[in-house]
Design a protein around this ligand. Structure first.
Ligand code: ATR
Length: 276
């Protein structure tokens, strides 16, 4: 459910997963106008309705319309799945856990104990910082053009020994953290098709260490300038489509109570992307 929804590939890989497991349910894309949102969500309480995946622009708007939030949704401040539990609606967020699965299952990287730098301080950064905190990263730097926003995130997620540092995205500042990081995550719109600067990157090969994993949340184009810089430095690049699919897979597993057929779901989306 979102608005507009024309671009979504979710029904393709979700339906492929349901069909593979022989689950006789449908996953549909719903384009919901803002004025219809409340009434639409009320229908989620009906028996037989299992869950809804929520995308832009409603990830925050649905918060007051559900009965309960999970800890992840509360901490991230956004809902991307709503589950119907016997008429009670539970708002959850799988963007962070989906990111962790993408890192572990597609890039072979466990962030526990790692030193990480997250570029950007918007909604995607919030989900990823929450995920990295729960996964037990050692040190985290949040680098953003507007440092105040990075500082807000650093404060929000500080707890006990976990104290993220906020910094600007300028080259001078980045040379203090990027060369020492095992994990770099771009959540800014730099590098995005149709974004502010498609050929820009938050960090360049000369400052990236060869044992670094670089993850880009930007998935169009599939290989961004940032990922090319990571590769040139000898590091391991990993792309954003995997986070998008795994947030869906996490929701699928909670909705159905079954382990998702991950390979089938990825094959379905890869086939759909090729025929675009
Ligand atoms: P999302 O919810 O997808 O994370 P967002 O909230 O719009 O998107 O955040 C976009 C991020 O890209 C922000 O961190 C933004 O930096 P500011 O907080 O300073 O605005 C960053 N960004 C966008 N354009 C940028 C540019 N030209 N240079 C550097 N950072 C940029």
């Amino acid at each position: 459910m979102g608005h507009p929804i024309g671009h979504t590939k979710s029904p393709i890989f979700q339906q492929a997963g349901l069909d593979e497991l022989g689950i006789d349910e449908t996953f549909e894309a719903w384009d919901v106008l803002p004025e219809d949102l409340e009434a639409k969500i009320a229908t989620f309480r009906e028996s037989g309705f299992i869950a809804s995946c929520v995308t832009l622009p409603y990830k925050q708007d649905v918060i007051p319309l559900v009965d309960e939030l999970t800890e992840a949704a509360e901490a991230i401040g956004a809902v991307n799945w709503i589950f119907n539990r016997d008429g009670k609606l539970v708002g959850h967020n799988t963007d962070g856990s989906g990111f962790l699965r993408a890192l572990k299952e597609k890039a072979g990287f466990d962030p526990k104990g790692a030193d990480a730098v997250v570029f950007g301080a918007g909604g995607a950064a919030r989900a990823i910082i929450y995920a990295l905190k729960t996964a037990g990263v050692n040190r985290l730097t949040i680098a953003n053009r507007t440092v105040e926003k990075a500082q807000v995130l650093a404060n929000d997620f500080s707890a006990g020994r976990f104290k993220p540092t906020a910094t600007s995205i300028s080259r001078d500042e980045l040379t203090n953290c990027v060369p020492y990081a095992n994990l770099l995550v771009n959540t800014t719109s730099l590098g995005m098709v149709g974004g502010p600067a498609e050929l820009a990157t938050p960090a360049t090969a000369d400052m990236i260490s060869a044992d670094t994993v670089g993850y880009d949340v930007v998935y169009a184009p599939p290989i961004t300038k940032f990922l090319r810089e990571v590769e040139e430095a000898g590091g391991k690049p990993a792309g954003g489509m995997t986070m998008l699919v795994f947030q869906g897979i996490e929701g699928f597993e909670i909705s159905t109570g079954h382990t998702a057929p991950v390979d089938t779901m990825f094959s379905a989306i890869e086939k759909a992307l090729k025929s675009d």
